[in-house]
Design a protein around this ligand. Structure first.
Ligand SMILES: C[S@@+](CC[C@H](N)C(=O)[O-])C[C@H]1O[C@@H](n2cnc3c(N)ncnc32)[C@H](O)[C@@H]1O
Length: 219
């Protein structure tokens, strides 16, 4: 039996089937999946990881910005698809977690490719310059809405903004699912989704995959 999240937004048997079709990983990514499972580190769900890989395969990015590094799993995953000489900047505010990520990145032989910035993304993003081919938002859900203008500013034309946990265990789509203490996150995620759908600079799709993902392309 393939494991799935009990709060999943997709019927568990569908998730089970999809996960059963995803080939098992090997090497450092497998090790990190096991570490994440044992230590309750929230890394991207397997089907979301696959979506990221497909998008990276299409895009072959030169520069990636990630918000929410955790132990470095998704950064190491995306690094496989960088153009030669490409780089990833990933933000993680928890110092101990950032340190674990740096060690994992070193073990993967990617220290020259992936830079972990240990700071609050809300402080870092407004000060970033240059252009990115891909931005992956997987950090503070309640703040995505406040990061949107900077993400659009930082994205190259044709660049992709991928945002995870956008349907937030179903709470986004239906008030009856909302847990009271999550109401602020839910309201802000709803605003973030609507803003992406309505911004003229973006073409956006909401995907009911994993915990919900939006993929937006800068026109
Ligand atoms: C879902 S995890 C990231 C998982 C990672 N992208 C992966 O799939 O391997 C979210 C991470 O964002 C970090 N985070 C939360 N708020 C943040 C903030 N304001 N600035 C930087 N990092 C933050 C958390 O400490 C956590 O490690």
């Amino acid at each position: 039996m393939v494991e799935y999240d009990k709060d999943a937004i997709v019927y568990p048997y569908i998730t089970s089937y999809i996960r059963g079709e995803i080939p098992e990983r090997c090497g450092i990514l497998k090790e990190l999946e096991e570490y994440a499972q044992e230590n309750s580190v929230p890394i991207v769900q397997p089907e979301t990881a696959k979506l990221l890989e497909v998008l990276m395969c299409i895009k072959r990015p030169m520069r990636i910005l990630e918000v929410g590094c955790a132990i470095g799993y998704s950064a190491i995953l995306m690094a496989q698809y960088l153009e030669e000489g490409g780089s990833i900047t990933t933000l993680e505010w928890d110092a101990a977690t950032a340190e674990i990520a740096r060690k994992n990145i070193e073990k993967a032989g990617l220290s020259d490719t992936i830079t972990v910035i240990c700071n609050d993304a809300k402080e870092v993003i407004p000060n970033l310059t240059g252009e990115y081919d891909v931005i992956f938002l997987d950090g503070p859900k309640a703040h995505y809405i406040y990061m949107l203008n900077d993400c659009i500013r930082l994205l190259k034309k044709g660049g992709i903004l991928v945002s995870d946990n956008i349907l937030y265990k179903g709470m986004i789509a239906d008030d009856e699912h909302v847990i009271r203490r999550k109401i602020t996150i839910v309201k802000r995620l709803r605003r973030f989704i609507s803003a992406q759908m309505q911004r003229g600079e973006l073409e956006t799709v909401i995907l009911p995959l994993g915990d919900g993902v939006t993929v937006a392309v800068k026109k």
